[in-house]
Design a protein around this ligand. Sequence first.
Ligand code: NIG
Ligand code: FE
Length: 412
Amino acid sequence: LAETTQTQIWINARIATMDPTRAAPYGEFANHCLVVNGDVIDRIVPMAELESEGVAGIVHDVGGRWVTPGLIDCHTHLVFAGNRVAEWEQRLSGVSYAEIARLGGGIMNTVRATRSASEDELVASAKPRAQALIEEGVTCLEIKSGYGLTTADELKMLRAVRRLGQELPVEISSTLLAAHAVPPEFTGGADAYVDLILNEIIPKVAEQQLAEAVDVFCESIAFNVDQCDRVWPAAKRHGLAVKGHVEQLSNQHGAVRLAAHRAWSADHLEYLDDAGVSALAASGTTAVLLPGAYYFLRQAKKPPIEKLRAAGVPMAVATDYNPGTSPFASIRLAMNLACVLFGLTPEESLAGATRHAATALGRADRLGTLAAGKQADFLIWDVDHPAEIVCSLGVNRLVSRVFRGKTDDVAA
Ligand code: NIG
Ligand code: FE
């Protein structure tokens, strides 16, 4: 499109850059303009400077509204088949998530449905979920496999993920999560399934370039820390980044072992202990907070937010969108819950779904803040203050969404 190769200038903007090198809250630039060349931000300059220089390019008047970076959802499982509503009803009457999993429901319930679905069916059912996030302002989205648990079915899920990135205006980060649950074919033989992950699934995924990272579920109902610590080095040998679902339902000391591999992120963290906090801080691993799952599972123990903050661990916020523990296609709901349930400030929450989420996906050089040289992914909001984006839900305040320099108008 012509638009994406030309210079475009968004004028009269209040820009929440989320750039930590700027002292102002939200990294604000008041009354500035954003100059974009093609799909890259060329510069951010005061309006007065632009007026004296003169304007050469397509001009968009933001009208004094707020501009933020595109939102990044750095942890989802949004490719799946079936639903788990009946299990939700069971849980409401007192049966625990872990108990349902032990009885062959939970993740395995979704695995059965996903194995029976075709790649086309997975793409078709995932599209409206991704679209809902896009309409909220998401410009980069992570999606995991993990409901196939055979070589063929994990590859099928990851091909569906790749197609979503080709067919929708969103950047997708694809993650292999073969170590999500021990499949029935391997019951009691988790180590043998880990062998399959190491010897077959990771090599094929790497060879076909179907994922950029490898995740695990380190938990008593899934894989122990030694099993996870076989998967992480294998991923790295194949040039893939590593991350993990750690300390979600109990403390397995997964975060410490994961941090030793310079992981992109450690996710959930409700049961994280002091050693885990220190390990994440020392390794520069991002903590990904998933308050949707905490809320939907009615968990009692919160991640140690104050300790993470004091240790300087970057905290990202994501939806964890999945049919079992967080059936919510709303990054703004996740940001809101992170404030209300976990005690983040609205600014921390917005940073969690922009700058820190970009770091959690290995994209800090290109995404997550608004600055010269960054990809032109940004949002124009009809709000008086950026905290309103996090505070209030239900009414769409997003006026314009710009992805790689191209505007799609999402407002009605
Ligand atoms: O992030 N913790 C493990 N995995 C998902 C749940 C997946 C499922 O229940 O389907 C999570 O909560
Ligand atoms: Fe998850």
